[in-house]
Design a protein around this ligand. Structure first.
Ligand SMILES: NC(=O)C1=CN([C@@H]2O[C@H](COP(=O)(O)OP(=O)(O)OC[C@H]3O[C@@H](n4cnc5c(N)ncnc54)[C@H](O)[C@@H]3O)[C@@H](O)[C@H]2O)C=CC1
Ligand SMILES: O=C(O)[C@@H]1CCC=N1
Length: 272
């Protein structure tokens, strides 16, 4: 199989999970390079994945067909402006940064094929979920290349409108944190009910895992699965009534609105 040469700019958590996913899929290590300012991180990735990790972004992208921008949004402009003159002709840019629009990347990098992605941290375990949007310069073959890249770490869904990236960020980009918050709260409540801390934590985490697996593999939707746990006048009904009396659905709606709003706001602030 003909694997494209991929360069990762910034080799932190998300880039490392993508590199691990590609190697697990059989992409040869010599097709991948990365650049990273932190020496310790460079050595760790080179040791764990056997790929070349450089200090200089411009050297890392030499000969690359795909350049993955995986630095924090706050440094993206500076990184792109410095990288622009070194980009190979016809390269595909894949950006995983939150809140950086294609138009900003085009302004900083020149007219390039760009796929903007919003992955999430379960990508570390190859259980991620990513929303992808391609600009008009991206060819069908490049869309397929971007899809193969993100597909190595989980589910990939394409978006027809770039604006929907804000919604994907609110649902799945930030989403793992919401479930962790629920696990923390359930663990604390379990402790208050008398369980040892470790027991409460394990029960909360395994229950989240079991419920997520059921929701994914079952023929029934989450609402029906919930009904099946909820015996009339039983314990679950008592808990669900307490959640609803506290405005649970409205609160989730507010939380996701806040995340989507912040994503759009970051685009305003960081995309200039
Ligand atoms: N953590 C998350 O849940 C998600 C993060 N993202 C996006 O992924 C991107 C990366 O996030 P993480 O991997 O979590 O961050 P991270 O901090 O682990 O990785 C960023 C890496 O970039 C390196 N870096 C800093 N300046 C650089 C430069 N000038 N040139 C090259 N590399 C440089 C840093 O040393 C660091 O290793 C961000 O833009 C974030 O918005 C997207 C979805 C989810
Ligand atoms: O919190 C953030 O801004 C990033 C984007 C999605 C998850 N983490």
């Amino acid at each position: 199989m003909n694997h494209p040469r991929i360069a990762f700019i910034g080799a932190g958590n998300m880039a490392t999970s993508l590199i691990g996913g590609l190697i697990a899929r059989g992409v040869p290590a010599d097709r991948l390079t990365a650049s990273e300012p932190q020496a310790e991180q460079r050595q760790r990735i080179a040791r764990e994945h056997g790929i070349a990790v450089l200090e200089d972004n411009a050297i890392a992208v030499a000969g690359a067909e795909i350049v993955v921008l995986a630095v924090k949004p706050q440094v993206m402009k500076e990184v792109c402006l410095a990288l622009a003159p070194a980009l190979p002709a016809g390269v595909l840019i894949v950006s995983i940064a939150a809140g950086i629009p294609c138009a900003s990347l085009e302004r900083w990098l020149g007219e390039q094929a760009i796929v903007r992605c919003m992955p999430n941290t379960p990508a570390l375990l190859h259980e991620g979920a990513s929303g992808l949007y391609a600009n008009a310069r991206t060819s069908t073959a490049q869309r397929e290349q971007a899809e193969a890249l993100l597909d190595a770490v989980g589910l990939v869904l394409w978006l027809e409108e770039e604006q929907l990236i804000d919604a994907v960020t609110a649902v799945s980009g930030s989403g793992p944190a919401y479930f962790f918050l629920l696990m923390e709260a359930m663990t604390a409540a379990g402790e208050r009910l008398g369980l040892p801390a470790e027991t409460a934590s394990l029960l909360a985490r395994q229950t989240a895992f079991g419920a997520a697996r059921m929701a994914l593999v079952s023929d029934f939707d989450p609402a029906e699965l919930r009904r099946r746990v909820t015996s009339p006048n039983g314990t679950t009904e008592a808990a669900i009534k307490a959640f609803q009396a506290g405005g649970f659905e409205a609160l989730v709606d507010q939380a996701l609105q806040a995340a989507a709003h912040r994503s759009a706001e970051m685009a305003e602030q960081l995309g200039q």
